[in-house]
Ligand binder design. Sequence first.
Ligand SMILES: C[S@@+](CC[C@H](N)C(=O)[O-])C[C@H]1O[C@@H](n2cnc3c(N)ncnc32)[C@H](O)[C@@H]1O
Length: 341
Amino acid sequence: MDAHLKKLIDAYENSDKIFHATKYWDAYKQEILKELSSLDLKTFRSGKHPVFQTFGFNETRKWKLTRFKPRLLATAAVIKGTLFQGWALHPYSISYEDVQSIAYRHCKYYGEHCDALPISSLEVSTVGSPADYFKIEGKGYTMQFLGFYIRYAFVQQQLRFKGDEVIVELGSGSGHQVEILKKLYPGMTILCFDLPAQLYLCEKYLTEALGQDQVVSSDETVNWNTLDKVEKGKVHFFGNWQMPMVKGFDHDLFWNAASFGEMEPNVVQNYLSYVKENAKHVYLLQAKNGKEVTRVENPITFEDYNNWLSGFKLIASQDAYRAHMRMKETGGYFEAVWKKG
Ligand SMILES: C[S@@+](CC[C@H](N)C(=O)[O-])C[C@H]1O[C@@H](n2cnc3c(N)ncnc32)[C@H](O)[C@@H]1O
């Protein structure tokens, strides 16, 4: 195993149990580590490591056959393999290109509505050869990346970024959200916290996507006990077990998307205890009614988050959308911003 990754895993294993992955994420641990052992930075977004899709490198044009009854699966597989390459899909004779174009227009008009910097000023990095890469108006995107733009636009509508904000993100996953924020606002200071393997891959990706001079590696920060050495305007990587350092650290926004809902309530409340004093705003995007009980022990609902964020005022909430569809899994997702005071 790479020495950098090993250092992170050792520090994680030696940390308090409250920082260890709960049921949902523990299930993926071995598989993610196994895939990392054969990591090829040139192709890791091509779909050959499906487990990376669980934390945001979901950039293939995969067909979801799960909605078909089992006896229809074989037929569907044949149809998929033969008829649909380049053919129009039902309903409404919609093609891949139509979906991409509609998603792009959603970003364009929603961005304008939210007074966000335009989607046309951005493009996704091609590091790792994303399978779902397409170009619109000369710029490259993936559907996943466009979805992260929608989240940014919603937050921008509430916060009106100046460009020098300090953001703490827990559970950064692929790092696409950070990629968008840093490409749009180079002066932002961003602290990414995550489980060791996810953090390692996120760092590899963002180092390539943004440039070495934009990042402070977890290889260096793994030994930090305070945030005194944070460098203005850079992206920093930290293990999730280092979150206690955030207590007492002033930041404009704490960000957690599709992550708290996959933990247990005591774990989430512990993380919130580090940010509640010094975060000016909190952005959450989570399953409204909590994840399935088969995957978590105790689902967390919107009301739980709202109660735990005492001292904050809910300033905006809505159903969460990707660029091409509503986030309708597990009964739907919300996204919301709370403001201190
Ligand atoms: C579904 S991914 C979401 C990633 C990204 N925020 C997004 O929206 O695509 C869940 C993220 O939460 C992180 N996570 C899960 N359990 C965690 C824990 N106990 N502590 C910190 N992070 C955790 C995972 O490593 C992963 O990055």
